[in-house]
Design a protein around this ligand. Structure first.
Ligand code: COA
Length: 345
């Protein structure tokens, strides 16, 4: 270690970089949101301890009772983030930061320190094997997520019951976020843009109070994503993983959902049809008729095919721009049970 570690205070907060996104020369909205959030947290006992250099070396923790996470427990500290970026590793900074946090907890007469982990280590979560090296153990689970704790007195913190539910009513892509991480801003903007370009309904819900954070329906460090009513991840995802979540979840849905998905995008509808085929949610003939008609037919043509009439009615508007006619439907639906008013196609 050749640098000094120190805490952010209300006095130095405006002048210090926040370790993440320090290369940005312009004022960064994520960093500014975090700075503002921190200024309200510091008086609550929130600690941000960092290296006195232009480097990503820091720990951030807070009393669990005022930590914006759906975790409860008596007299614990909650560790939001411990990060030593690559070029600073193996110099003892990680140990010094963790030991400071543990010593602080002991000095405050607390029961221990806890943090969010996952069955399999995930990006954007502090390193679990490092925490276990310091005696942390799994004390609770919520789906694929774990609560790790270093307990001094045998008591254990736990996820709230709500956090274990991991479902919401809305079927839309839904993002919950707090300003705790400076990267959140760009992640949310990327998701917004991705969804806007594809007409994917999106709901973005700021978690802007302790009460809202404690009531969240899933594990949460600063970000959570739901799709089709189910919790997906706390990872600040990019467009690649987001696309995979959107397409992966298509396969498990009902015929009704498949049809509504089809309204959003012909390409996705095609994929839905393939999944529907595999999972036998639609019969083969329904899928064939649906797939060819959504792609190729005019609405007037649809009305001629008995299979298409039923299956494709929801797509009328989308099909108005299609120009290929009945010939293609005939080729695809032939022998699969499609019938026009004369009894065949
Ligand atoms: C894990 C991490 C904090 C270690 O930091 P570091 O400064 O290199 O650690 P130190 O040099 O202080 O090592 C201290 C001890 O921990 C051990 N250790 C280091 N990394 C470890 C790991 N990944 N697993 C287990 N033990 C580890 C060292 O061997 C050393 O052991 P010893 O002192 O008993 O001999 C650092 O690698 C890191 O920040 N990783 C990424 C975490 C992350 O992604 N955070 C969230 C970002 S959003």
């Amino acid at each position: 270690m050749n640098g000094n570690l120190f805490n952010l205070t209300p006095e130095n907060l405006a002048d210090e970089h926040l370790c993440c996104i320090i290369r940005s020369h312009k004022r960064h909205p994520g960093v500014e949101a975090k700075r503002q959030w921190l200024s309200a947290r510091l008086p609550e006992g929130h600690v941000f301890r960092k290296l006195d250099q232009r480097a990503t070396v820091f720990i951030e923790y807070a009393p669990l009772e005022t930590a914006w996470v759906p975790v409860v427990g008596d007299k614990y500290l909650y560790l939001y983030c411990l990060w030593v970026l690559r070029d600073q590793r193996n110099r003892g900074y990680g140990r010094a930061l963790m030991e400071h946090c543990v010593a602080d907890a002991l000095t405050q007469g607390r029961s221990g320190v806890c943090m969010l982990g996952a069955v399999k280590q995930r990006a954007w979560l502090s390193n679990q094997s490092f925490a276990r090296h310091f005696g942390f153990e799994t004390v609770d689970t919520a789906g694929d997520y774990e609560l790790l704790a270093l307990s001094f007195d045998g008591t254990k913190p736990r996820f709230t019951e709500a956090a274990k539910r991991q479902t919401i009513d809305s079927q839309d892509l839904t993002v919950f976020y707090s300003p705790q991480c400076p990267y959140i801003h760009q992640t949310v903007e990327t998701i917004r843009q991705y969804c806007a370009e594809r007409a994917i309904p999106l709901s973005v819900i700021p978690v802007d109070s302790l009460e809202k954070a404690k009531a969240l329906p899933c594990p949460f460090n600063n970000f959570a994503l739901f799709y089709r009513g189910k919790f997906q991840t706390v990872n600040l995802i990019d467009t690649g993983p987001l696309g995979r979540i959107l397409s992966k979840n298509v396969g498990a849905v009902t015929q009704e959902n498949i049809l509504s998905e089809g309204r959003r995008s012909v390409k996705l509808a095609e994929r839905c049809a393939a999944f529907a085929w595999k999972s036998c949610k639609l019969t083969a003939s329904e899928v064939t008729a649906w797939r060819c008609c959504i792609k190729l037919l005019l609405p007037s043509e649809i009305s001629k095919c008995s299979l298409c009439v039923e299956t494709l009615r929801p797509f009328q508007r989308q099909l108005e721009r299609r120009t290929v006619g009945m010939a293609v439907c005939r080729r695809r639906c032939q022998g699969k049970g499609g019938r026009d008013e004369k009894g065949q196609i």
